[in-house]
Design a protein around this ligand. Structure first.
Ligand code: FMN
Ligand code: COI
Length: 343
C-alpha cells in the first residue's frame, strides 16, 4: 500500500517535515524492526470454510467497518492545510474511528472526533479540562499515551533543528500561550509533559471520567495486566512507531504475551508498522482485536487531502477482505483463530 505513496509524500514535503514524520528515535533500530517483525509472520490458511469476508467489528464500544482506527498524530496541518479535519473526514467516509491528538492542530470542538488522545501535561487541571472538552464534543473513548515520559531524541530532528512551521500550533492548548511556535518540538514537549507519571495518576484519571480508556504504549505483559486491573478498557501494544525507545521490542513480537496476560478481560489493539491488509490479519492472528494506522495516513494526507486518505483506507479494506477470503475467514473472530508460523 505505501512505498509509492511514501515516495510521493517525500517529494512534496519540506525535508525537515518529512524527516520528523518518517523518522524514529536514535539509530532507528526499532523503526526498522517493526517492519521486519511483521514480515516474519506467516499465516496458516484454513480451507473449505464457506465463509464470506465481513470485517466489521466494535472496538472501545465503537462500531466500525473494519478493525482499523486512525492513530493519534500531532500537528497534522504540517502536511496539508485541512490537517486533522481532512483525515477525520476520510475516516468518517470509511466508517472507522478517528483519534484526535491532544497536540492536534485543530481543536476537539472543530474535529468532534470519535476518540481523543491525551498525554500527561504537568498541569492536571489542563488535562481534566481536555477530558471535559472531549466529553462535551461527543468523544466516546479516551486514549492515554504512556510511552512518552520524555520525548526521545530523534537524530534527524536534531540535525534539522526542527521547529513547527509557521501557523502550526497545538490548537487545543491555545490561547493559553502554552504552545508556542519557534521552540523546537522536543523542547516544547518536554516542558509541557510530566516525566514522573505513575499508576496512581491512572487511578486519578480513571476515577474522573466514565469514558472508556485505552492505554497506549504498553509492551510488557505485566503492565498490561496491571492496566486491566486499574480499569482500562483496552491496551494499545505500541512502540510509538519506533519514535520513543530505540531498541524497544517490535509491537508485533510483544503482542502474544500481552494478549495472554489480559485474556479477554480487555481489548488489545496494536500499532507500529501496520502497512497492509495482510498486516492487519497478522495482528489479529497474534491476538489483537484491531490496529491503528499512523504514517500511511500522513503520506496520504500530504499527497491528496481527504480524498487521498479515503483512498488509502478503501484500499486497506479491499486488501483485508482479500486476505480474509484467502485464509478462509469470514470475521475478525475467525482471523483471531488462525495459526501463525515464522517465515
Ligand atoms: C508524525 C507523528 C506524530 C505522532 N503524534 C502522536 C501523538 O500526538 N500522540 C500519540 O499518542 N502518538 C503519536 N504518534 C504515534 C502514532 O499514534 C502511532 O503510535 C504510530 O505512528 C504507529 O506507527 P506507524 O506510523 O508505523 O503506523 C505519532 C506518530 C507520528 C508518525
Ligand atoms: C510532538 C510529539 C509529542 C508528537 C508525537 O507523539 C511524536 O512525534 O511521536
Amino acid at each position: 500500500m505505501t512505498d509509492e505513496l511514501a515516495e510521493a509524500a517525500k517529494a512534496r514535503l519540506p525535508r525537515a517535515v518529512w524527516d520528523f514524520a518518517a523518522g524514529g528515535a536514535g539509530a532507528e533500530r526499532t523503526l526498522a524492526a517493526n517492519r521486519a517483525a511483521f514480515d516474519r509472520v506467516a499465516l496458516v490458511p484454513r480451507v473449505l470454510t464457506g465463509s464470506v469476508p465481513d470485517p466489521a467489528t466494535r472496538l472501545l464500544g465503537t462500531g466500525m467497518t473494519m478493525p482499523v482506527a486512525v492513530a493519534p498524530v500531532a500537528y497534522l496541518r504540517m502536511y496539508h492545510p485541512d490537517g486533522d479535519l481532512a483525515v477525520a473526514a476520510a475516516a468518517r467516509r470509511a466508517g472507522i474511528p478517528f483519534t484526535a491528538a491532544m497536540l492536534g492542530s485543530h481543536t476537539i470542538e472543530e474535529i468532534r472526533p470519535d476518540w481523543f488522545q491525551l498525554y500527561w501535561p504537568r498541569d492536571r487541571g489542563l488535562m481534566l479540562d481536555l477530558v471535559r472538552r472531549a466529553e462535551r464534543a461527543g468523544c466516546s473513548a479516551l486514549m492515554v499515551t504512556v510511552d512518552m515520559p520524555v520525548m526521545a531524541r530523534r537524530d534527524r530532528d536534531v540535525r534539522n533543528r526542527f521547529t513547527l512551521p509557521d501557523g502550526v500550533t497545538a490548537a487545543n492548548l491555545v490561547p493559553d500561550g502554552r504552545a508556542r511556535e519557534g521552540s523546537t518540538v522536543v523542547a516544547h514537549t518536554n516542558t509541557l509533559f510530566d516525566p514522573a507519571v505513575s499508576w496512581a495518576d491512572l487511578d486519578w484519571l480513571r476515577s474522573r471520567t466514565a469514558l472508556p480508556i485505552a492505554l497506549k504504549g504498553v509492551l510488557d505483559p505485566r503492565d498490561a495486566a496491571r492496566a486491566v486491573a486499574a480499569g482500562v478498557d483496552a491496551v494499545v501494544v505500541s512502540n510509538h512507531g519506533g519514535r520513543q525507545l530505540d531498541g524497544a521490542v517490535p509491537a508485533v513480537d510483544a503482542l502474544p504475551g500481552v494478549r495472554e496476560a489480559v485474556g479477554e478481560h480487555s481489548q488489545v489493539l496494536l500499532d507500529s508498522g501496520v502497512r497492509s491488509g495482510l498486516d492487519v490479519v497478522r495482528a489479529l492472528a497474534l491476538g489483537a482485536d484491531g490496529v491503528l494506522i499512523g504514517r500511511p495516513l500522513v503520506w496520504a494526507l500530504s499527497v491528496g487531502g481527504t480524498d487521498g486518505a479515503a483512498h488509502v483506507l478503501r484500499s486497506l479494506r479491499d486488501e483485508l477482505c482479500e486476505v480474509l477470503a484467502l485464509t478462509g475467514c469470514g470475521t475478525v473472530g475467525d482471523a483471531r483463530e488462525l495459526a501463525t508460523a515464522r517465515m
